[in-house]
Design a protein around this ligand. Structure first.
Ligand SMILES: [Zn+2]
Length: 303
Protein backbone atom coordinates (compact mmCIF):
# COMPACT_ATOMS: atom_id res chain seq x y z
CA UNK A 1 0.00 0.00 0.00
CA UNK A 2 1.31 3.41 -0.90
CA UNK A 3 1.15 5.95 1.87
CA UNK A 4 0.38 9.55 1.11
CA UNK A 5 3.96 10.59 1.81
CA UNK A 6 5.34 7.94 -0.54
CA UNK A 7 2.89 9.00 -3.18
CA UNK A 8 3.99 12.58 -2.93
CA UNK A 9 7.69 11.71 -2.82
CA UNK A 10 7.45 9.34 -5.77
CA UNK A 11 5.27 11.70 -7.72
CA UNK A 12 7.68 14.52 -7.19
CA UNK A 13 10.91 12.73 -8.02
CA UNK A 14 9.57 10.79 -10.98
CA UNK A 15 8.45 13.98 -12.62
CA UNK A 16 11.10 16.34 -11.41
CA UNK A 17 11.72 17.56 -14.93
CA UNK A 18 8.21 18.86 -15.27
CA UNK A 19 8.42 22.04 -13.28
CA UNK A 20 11.05 24.74 -13.41
CA UNK A 21 14.30 22.85 -13.65
CA UNK A 22 17.51 24.19 -12.29
CA UNK A 23 20.14 23.73 -15.00
CA UNK A 24 23.75 24.74 -14.53
CA UNK A 25 23.24 27.55 -17.00
CA UNK A 26 20.23 28.93 -15.14
CA UNK A 27 22.23 28.94 -11.95
CA UNK A 28 24.68 31.42 -13.37
CA UNK A 29 22.05 33.59 -15.06
CA UNK A 30 18.42 33.50 -16.01
CA UNK A 31 15.73 35.32 -14.07
CA UNK A 32 12.27 33.94 -13.34
CA UNK A 33 9.08 35.82 -14.14
CA UNK A 34 6.59 34.57 -11.55
CA UNK A 35 3.34 35.61 -13.28
CA UNK A 36 2.39 35.47 -16.97
CA UNK A 37 -0.81 34.57 -18.82
CA UNK A 38 -0.73 32.90 -22.23
CA UNK A 39 -3.50 32.10 -24.64
CA UNK A 40 -3.53 30.93 -28.27
CA UNK A 41 -4.18 33.05 -31.34
CA UNK A 42 -7.06 30.85 -32.39
CA UNK A 43 -9.35 29.42 -29.77
CA UNK A 44 -11.14 26.72 -31.80
CA UNK A 45 -9.06 24.00 -30.20
CA UNK A 46 -9.18 25.69 -26.81
CA UNK A 47 -12.57 27.40 -26.61
CA UNK A 48 -13.13 29.91 -23.82
CA UNK A 49 -15.54 29.03 -21.01
CA UNK A 50 -19.21 29.78 -21.46
CA UNK A 51 -20.17 33.30 -20.51
CA UNK A 52 -16.66 34.72 -20.85
CA UNK A 53 -16.03 37.52 -23.29
CA UNK A 54 -12.49 37.93 -24.52
CA UNK A 55 -13.19 40.73 -26.95
CA UNK A 56 -11.12 43.70 -25.90
CA UNK A 57 -8.17 41.43 -25.21
CA UNK A 58 -5.39 40.91 -27.73
CA UNK A 59 -5.91 38.06 -30.20
CA UNK A 60 -3.42 35.84 -28.44
CA UNK A 61 -0.23 35.86 -26.41
CA UNK A 62 1.79 32.71 -26.96
CA UNK A 63 5.02 31.32 -25.51
CA UNK A 64 6.84 32.65 -28.57
CA UNK A 65 5.40 36.16 -28.04
CA UNK A 66 6.53 36.00 -24.43
CA UNK A 67 10.05 34.77 -25.27
CA UNK A 68 10.46 37.72 -27.65
CA UNK A 69 9.85 40.01 -24.65
CA UNK A 70 11.59 38.17 -21.81
CA UNK A 71 14.67 36.56 -23.37
CA UNK A 72 16.35 39.90 -24.22
CA UNK A 73 15.97 40.81 -20.50
CA UNK A 74 17.60 37.60 -19.30
CA UNK A 75 14.38 35.91 -18.14
CA UNK A 76 14.53 32.22 -18.98
CA UNK A 77 11.85 30.61 -16.81
CA UNK A 78 8.26 31.57 -16.20
CA UNK A 79 5.36 30.76 -13.91
CA UNK A 80 2.15 30.58 -15.92
CA UNK A 81 -1.12 31.66 -14.38
CA UNK A 82 -4.29 30.12 -15.74
CA UNK A 83 -6.18 32.67 -17.83
CA UNK A 84 -9.54 33.66 -16.38
CA UNK A 85 -11.59 33.04 -19.51
CA UNK A 86 -10.65 29.35 -19.48
CA UNK A 87 -12.13 29.07 -16.01
CA UNK A 88 -11.44 25.49 -14.76
CA UNK A 89 -10.13 24.20 -18.12
CA UNK A 90 -6.38 24.30 -17.64
CA UNK A 91 -5.60 22.33 -20.80
CA UNK A 92 -3.96 25.08 -22.86
CA UNK A 93 -1.64 26.04 -20.01
CA UNK A 94 -0.74 22.38 -19.41
CA UNK A 95 -0.13 21.91 -23.13
CA UNK A 96 2.33 24.82 -23.24
CA UNK A 97 4.08 23.55 -20.13
CA UNK A 98 4.60 20.08 -21.57
CA UNK A 99 5.78 21.48 -24.89
CA UNK A 100 8.57 23.52 -23.25
CA UNK A 101 9.91 21.24 -20.53
CA UNK A 102 11.84 22.90 -17.75
CA UNK A 103 10.73 26.39 -18.77
CA UNK A 104 7.34 26.74 -17.11
CA UNK A 105 5.62 25.98 -13.83
CA UNK A 106 1.87 26.49 -13.57
CA UNK A 107 -0.76 27.95 -11.30
CA UNK A 108 -4.12 26.39 -12.15
CA UNK A 109 -7.70 27.25 -11.35
CA UNK A 110 -9.85 24.39 -10.10
CA UNK A 111 -13.36 23.98 -8.78
CA UNK A 112 -12.85 23.31 -5.08
CA UNK A 113 -16.46 22.15 -4.78
CA UNK A 114 -16.22 19.39 -7.42
CA UNK A 115 -15.53 15.80 -6.26
CA UNK A 116 -12.04 14.34 -5.67
CA UNK A 117 -10.43 17.67 -4.87
CA UNK A 118 -7.35 16.16 -3.19
CA UNK A 119 -6.80 13.69 -6.02
CA UNK A 120 -7.07 16.41 -8.67
CA UNK A 121 -4.64 18.65 -6.83
CA UNK A 122 -2.06 15.87 -6.47
CA UNK A 123 -2.44 14.81 -10.08
CA UNK A 124 -1.85 18.35 -11.23
CA UNK A 125 1.34 18.48 -9.24
CA UNK A 126 2.78 15.70 -11.38
CA UNK A 127 2.16 17.93 -14.40
CA UNK A 128 4.05 20.90 -12.97
CA UNK A 129 1.18 22.70 -11.26
CA UNK A 130 2.64 24.31 -8.15
CA UNK A 131 -0.26 26.47 -7.08
CA UNK A 132 -3.94 27.27 -7.38
CA UNK A 133 -5.36 30.67 -8.03
CA UNK A 134 -8.23 31.94 -5.91
CA UNK A 135 -10.12 35.18 -6.39
CA UNK A 136 -10.07 37.05 -3.12
CA UNK A 137 -12.38 40.00 -3.12
CA UNK A 138 -13.99 40.88 0.21
CA UNK A 139 -17.21 39.00 -0.54
CA UNK A 140 -15.61 35.76 -1.81
CA UNK A 141 -12.95 35.65 0.83
CA UNK A 142 -15.27 36.30 3.77
CA UNK A 143 -17.28 33.21 2.71
CA UNK A 144 -14.15 31.02 2.93
CA UNK A 145 -14.30 30.58 6.69
CA UNK A 146 -17.52 28.54 6.36
CA UNK A 147 -16.48 26.68 3.21
CA UNK A 148 -15.46 23.09 3.91
CA UNK A 149 -13.98 22.72 0.45
CA UNK A 150 -11.85 25.87 0.77
CA UNK A 151 -10.41 24.58 4.05
CA UNK A 152 -9.78 21.21 2.39
CA UNK A 153 -7.97 22.96 -0.45
CA UNK A 154 -5.69 24.87 1.92
CA UNK A 155 -4.94 21.68 3.89
CA UNK A 156 -4.17 19.67 0.79
CA UNK A 157 -1.98 22.47 -0.59
CA UNK A 158 0.13 22.30 2.58
CA UNK A 159 0.46 18.51 2.17
CA UNK A 160 1.58 18.80 -1.46
CA UNK A 161 3.77 21.87 -1.23
CA UNK A 162 1.44 23.71 -3.57
CA UNK A 163 0.60 27.36 -3.01
CA UNK A 164 -2.72 29.11 -2.65
CA UNK A 165 -2.25 32.10 -4.94
CA UNK A 166 -4.57 34.94 -4.07
CA UNK A 167 -5.59 37.53 -6.60
CA UNK A 168 -6.55 39.72 -3.70
CA UNK A 169 -8.12 43.09 -3.26
CA UNK A 170 -6.93 45.04 -0.22
CA UNK A 171 -10.27 44.59 1.55
CA UNK A 172 -9.89 40.80 1.38
CA UNK A 173 -6.74 40.88 3.54
CA UNK A 174 -8.58 40.33 6.86
CA UNK A 175 -10.25 37.19 5.49
CA UNK A 176 -6.94 35.91 4.07
CA UNK A 177 -5.32 36.55 7.46
CA UNK A 178 -8.01 34.40 9.13
CA UNK A 179 -7.33 31.49 6.78
CA UNK A 180 -3.57 31.84 7.30
CA UNK A 181 -4.12 31.67 11.04
CA UNK A 182 -6.16 28.48 10.61
CA UNK A 183 -3.70 26.93 8.13
CA UNK A 184 -0.29 28.31 9.07
CA UNK A 185 1.57 25.59 7.14
CA UNK A 186 -0.12 26.36 3.82
CA UNK A 187 2.09 28.21 1.34
CA UNK A 188 0.26 31.37 0.32
CA UNK A 189 1.21 33.80 -2.44
CA UNK A 190 -0.32 37.27 -2.58
CA UNK A 191 -0.44 38.55 -6.17
CA UNK A 192 0.45 42.11 -7.18
CA UNK A 193 0.87 43.60 -3.65
CA UNK A 194 -2.80 42.65 -2.99
CA UNK A 195 -3.49 45.29 -5.66
CA UNK A 196 -2.80 48.10 -3.22
CA UNK A 197 -2.46 51.25 -5.30
CA UNK A 198 -4.77 50.09 -8.03
CA UNK A 199 -7.07 53.05 -7.47
CA UNK A 200 -4.45 55.71 -6.84
CA UNK A 201 -1.53 56.27 -4.49
CA UNK A 202 -0.53 53.50 -2.08
CA UNK A 203 -2.73 53.51 1.04
CA UNK A 204 -0.59 53.00 4.14
CA UNK A 205 -3.41 51.44 6.20
CA UNK A 206 -3.91 48.80 3.53
CA UNK A 207 -0.18 48.25 3.23
CA UNK A 208 0.06 47.79 7.02
CA UNK A 209 -2.45 44.93 6.76
CA UNK A 210 -0.38 43.30 4.04
CA UNK A 211 2.80 43.75 6.10
CA UNK A 212 1.16 41.94 9.02
CA UNK A 213 0.93 38.80 6.89
CA UNK A 214 4.72 38.57 7.28
CA UNK A 215 3.96 36.94 10.67
CA UNK A 216 2.99 33.81 8.75
CA UNK A 217 6.24 32.36 7.53
CA UNK A 218 4.76 30.62 4.48
CA UNK A 219 3.30 33.79 2.96
CA UNK A 220 5.12 35.38 0.03
CA UNK A 221 4.21 38.48 -1.98
CA UNK A 222 4.53 39.14 -5.69
CA UNK A 223 5.95 42.57 -6.42
CA UNK A 224 4.36 42.77 -9.82
CA UNK A 225 1.90 44.40 -12.24
CA UNK A 226 3.66 47.76 -11.95
CA UNK A 227 1.72 49.08 -14.97
CA UNK A 228 -1.51 48.89 -12.91
CA UNK A 229 -0.46 50.42 -9.60
CA UNK A 230 0.23 53.83 -8.12
CA UNK A 231 1.13 56.40 -10.78
CA UNK A 232 0.93 53.57 -13.36
CA UNK A 233 3.82 55.14 -15.16
CA UNK A 234 7.36 53.91 -15.88
CA UNK A 235 9.90 53.89 -14.29
CA UNK A 236 7.45 53.11 -11.42
CA UNK A 237 9.74 54.63 -8.78
CA UNK A 238 6.68 55.71 -6.78
CA UNK A 239 6.26 52.00 -5.86
CA UNK A 240 9.72 51.96 -4.29
CA UNK A 241 8.61 52.87 -0.72
CA UNK A 242 6.00 50.06 -0.75
CA UNK A 243 8.61 47.57 -1.97
CA UNK A 244 11.04 48.79 0.68
CA UNK A 245 8.53 48.24 3.49
CA UNK A 246 7.76 44.78 2.15
CA UNK A 247 11.47 43.98 1.97
CA UNK A 248 11.87 45.10 5.59
CA UNK A 249 8.87 43.05 6.81
CA UNK A 250 9.11 39.88 4.71
CA UNK A 251 12.73 39.88 3.59
CA UNK A 252 13.58 39.60 -0.10
CA UNK A 253 13.49 35.83 0.21
CA UNK A 254 9.70 36.08 0.48
CA UNK A 255 9.22 38.52 -2.42
CA UNK A 256 8.99 37.63 -6.10
CA UNK A 257 9.12 39.92 -9.09
CA UNK A 258 6.67 39.23 -11.92
CA UNK A 259 5.58 41.08 -15.04
CA UNK A 260 1.92 40.07 -15.35
CA UNK A 261 2.39 39.81 -19.11
CA UNK A 262 0.84 40.41 -21.53
CA UNK A 263 -0.73 43.31 -19.66
CA UNK A 264 2.69 44.75 -18.80
CA UNK A 265 3.53 45.11 -22.51
CA UNK A 266 0.44 47.09 -23.48
CA UNK A 267 -0.52 50.77 -23.42
CA UNK A 268 3.03 52.10 -23.76
CA UNK A 269 4.44 49.97 -20.90
CA UNK A 270 7.37 47.62 -21.51
CA UNK A 271 8.81 44.40 -20.19
CA UNK A 272 12.18 46.08 -19.72
CA UNK A 273 10.75 48.81 -17.48
CA UNK A 274 9.14 46.19 -15.28
CA UNK A 275 12.23 44.11 -14.56
CA UNK A 276 14.46 47.19 -14.50
CA UNK A 277 12.73 48.53 -11.39
CA UNK A 278 14.01 45.59 -9.33
CA UNK A 279 17.13 44.71 -11.31
CA UNK A 280 18.60 48.18 -11.88
CA UNK A 281 16.71 51.02 -10.27
CA UNK A 282 15.80 50.57 -6.60
CA UNK A 283 19.10 51.35 -4.91
CA UNK A 284 18.04 50.12 -1.46
CA UNK A 285 18.08 46.53 -2.73
CA UNK A 286 21.36 44.65 -2.36
CA UNK A 287 22.62 42.32 -5.09
CA UNK A 288 21.62 39.35 -2.98
CA UNK A 289 18.11 40.75 -2.47
CA UNK A 290 17.69 41.29 -6.21
CA UNK A 291 18.73 37.71 -6.75
CA UNK A 292 16.01 36.48 -4.39
CA UNK A 293 13.31 38.66 -5.90
CA UNK A 294 14.21 37.86 -9.49
CA UNK A 295 14.90 34.16 -9.15
CA UNK A 296 15.50 32.37 -5.89
CA UNK A 297 12.17 32.95 -4.19
CA UNK A 298 10.23 31.79 -7.25
CA UNK A 299 12.55 28.81 -7.54
CA UNK A 300 11.78 27.85 -3.95
CA UNK A 301 8.02 28.32 -4.25
CA UNK A 302 7.39 27.01 -7.75
CA UNK A 303 10.26 24.59 -8.49
ZN1 LIG B 1 -2.35 38.42 -13.99
Amino acid sequence: MTTRRQFITTGTSALAGRGLSRGAEEDSKGWIDAHVHLWPKETKKYPVAKGYDKSGLRAGFTAEDLFAECHPQGVSRIVLIQMSFYRFDNSYMLHVMSKHKGVFAGVAIIDENAPSLAHRMRKMRTRGVRGFRVYANAKNASAWKDSKSMHAMWREAAENGQSICCLADPDALPAITRLCRKHPETPVVIDHFARIGMRGPVDQDQLDQLLKLADFKHVTVKTSAFYALGAKKAPYMDLGPMIRQLRDAFGAERLMWASDCPFQVEGGHSYRDSIALIRDRLQFLSGEERDWMLRKTAERIFL
